[in-house]
Design a protein around this ligand. Structure first.
Ligand code: AMP
Ligand code: MG
Length: 409
């Protein structure tokens, strides 16, 4: 059986020839959260012109060598006006923040350091070349790479791209992911379950998880536990970038997903990982499509999605890593388990005295829907560990900010 880390490496290696997906040009809004597929080079300098950092007076520093220099105020320059005329010798000009520095001026003095006397300005201190002048290109030089390929378009990147006049960006395509629920007992959310039936909750949880991973979920028809039904449902996944099924991958008599996948030409790489929850989890490739067979229990499906599918979808979309922090933490309660499997415990996370503390939820039953929400972390208990004390060291994969780490929670 594969260790979880090894399983993830195998998945990412197996996607090397298809990830990242093709690129497309989209508007800044649509680019948000996606990875750039181009270097954004500056076709203009930022700032575009030398401009004033202060409200005050622009002058030649050499015209105010000592304190108390008195210069005629030749004109006024506001932000947003066309470039001003050159500054006459021995004169200064009134200038405001963001306004272009006239040719000849090399210094701005803030108004607090100047006394105005009619048409003249008196400078308390000597001028100094470059004072309060924001030179053109100091922020971003003309031709410089302002945003490198691979960078994630965050709000600031959208602003920077806009400042450079870019209303569209080339980004990697979002992966389109088919979500396939399987099981004779599974009915859609808008049907009242008959005795023995349960609602397909996985497709809804994984729909949200796909969006969170930057992917586009596509819900496929629910398949029954028969080859005919599974084969037909799998056909509908044709052309998608990834397929995520839930249920039917275990070793029960009706667990037919592996066989049905094989029949569609899916090459299964592995189908078991040494972890709890989620031991049965299959991965393979069908042509260019990444195929995941997740366990049916809701918590198992979500945890295995987090550990394996999310990083894979991010890789397809050109996004780096899993987009989560994995940090050292302390267990708030003791934990005992047999050796052999790595356990991923759904846990509250909080910061106490600067230490990250994780407190596993009371129930870790993977079929319980009450325990698939309301946790900030997965506490990772290594396979060899059998008895962890309160305060024992674990790693925590953070899904949300720990409680107490900001002032909003
Ligand atoms: P299986 O691996 O198919 O035996 O499924 C394991 C458990 O997960 C069973 O109790 C199923 O009823 C449940 N399950 C399977 N698919 C879903 C689903 N789409 N939504 C909610 N529960 C499911
Ligand atoms: Mg089933």
């Amino acid at each position: 059986m594969l260790e979880p880390e090894e399983a993830l490496s195998r998945i990412l290696e197996a996607l090397a020839d298809v990830a990242p997906l093709s690129t497309e040009r989209v508007s800044l809004r649509e680019a948000l959260g996606r990875a750039l597929a181009e270097d954004v080079t500056a076709s203009r300098a930022l700032p575009p012109l030398d401009n004033s950092q202060m409200d005050g007076y622009a002058l030649r520093a050499s015209d105010a060598l000592g304190p108390g220099a008195r210069l005629r105020v030749a004109f006024e320059v506001f932000a947003g006006t066309p470039p001003p005329p050159p500054l006459p010798q021995g004169a200064c000009c009134r200038i405001y923040t963001g306004a272009p520095i006239p040719e000849g001026a090399d210094c701005v003095e803030m108004q607090e350091e100047v006394s105005r006397q009619g048409a003249f300005a008196r400078f308390r201190r000597p001028g100094e070349q470059g004072r309060f002048v924001r030179p053109a290109g100091l922020d971003v030089a003309l031709g410089a790479v302002a945003l490198p390929r691979g960078a994630v378009v965050d709000p600031g990147a959208a602003g920077l791209a806009a400042a450079l006049g870019r209303s569209e960006l080339a980004v990697y395509r979002r992966p389109r992911v088919g979500l396939l629920a399987t099981g004779d007992e599974i009915v859609p959310v808008d049907r009242v379950p008959e005795p023995g039936q349960i609602v397909d909750s996985n497709s809804h949880a994984l729909f949200a998880a796909c969006l969170d991973a930057g992917a586009v979920p596509v819900v496929l028809p629910i398949a029954r536990d028969s080859r005919t039904s599974l084969d037909a449902a799998l056909e509908t996944a044709e052309g998608l970038d990834a397929l995520v099924s839930t249920g039917g991958v275990s070793v029960g008599g009706k667990d037919l997903v592996k066989a049905a996948l094989a029949a569609t030409g899916t090459r299964l790489d592995f189908w078991r990982v040494a972890m709890k929850p989620g031991k049965p989890i299959a991965f393979g490739r069908r042509g260019r499509m990444a195929v995941f067979g997740l366990p049916g229990n809701p918590a198992s499906a979500l945890v295995t999605f987090e550990l394996f599918v999310r990083p894979a979808l991010r890789r397809l979309g050109g996004l780096p890593g899993r987009g989560r922090a994995v940090l050292p933490a302390r267990l708030a309660t003791p934990y005992v388990k047999p050796a052999g499997l790595t356990h991923y415990l759904r846990a509250r996370a909080r910061v106490e005295g600067g230490v990250l503390v994780v407190e596993p939820l009371q129930t870790q039953v993977s079929g319980h829907l009450s325990s698939v929400t309301g946790f900030e972390a997965l506490a990772i208990v290594p396979k060899a560990a059998v008895r962890l004390r309160r305060g024992g060291r674990v790693e925590a994969l953070l899904l949300a900010p720990p409680l107490g780490s900001d002032h909003t929670r």
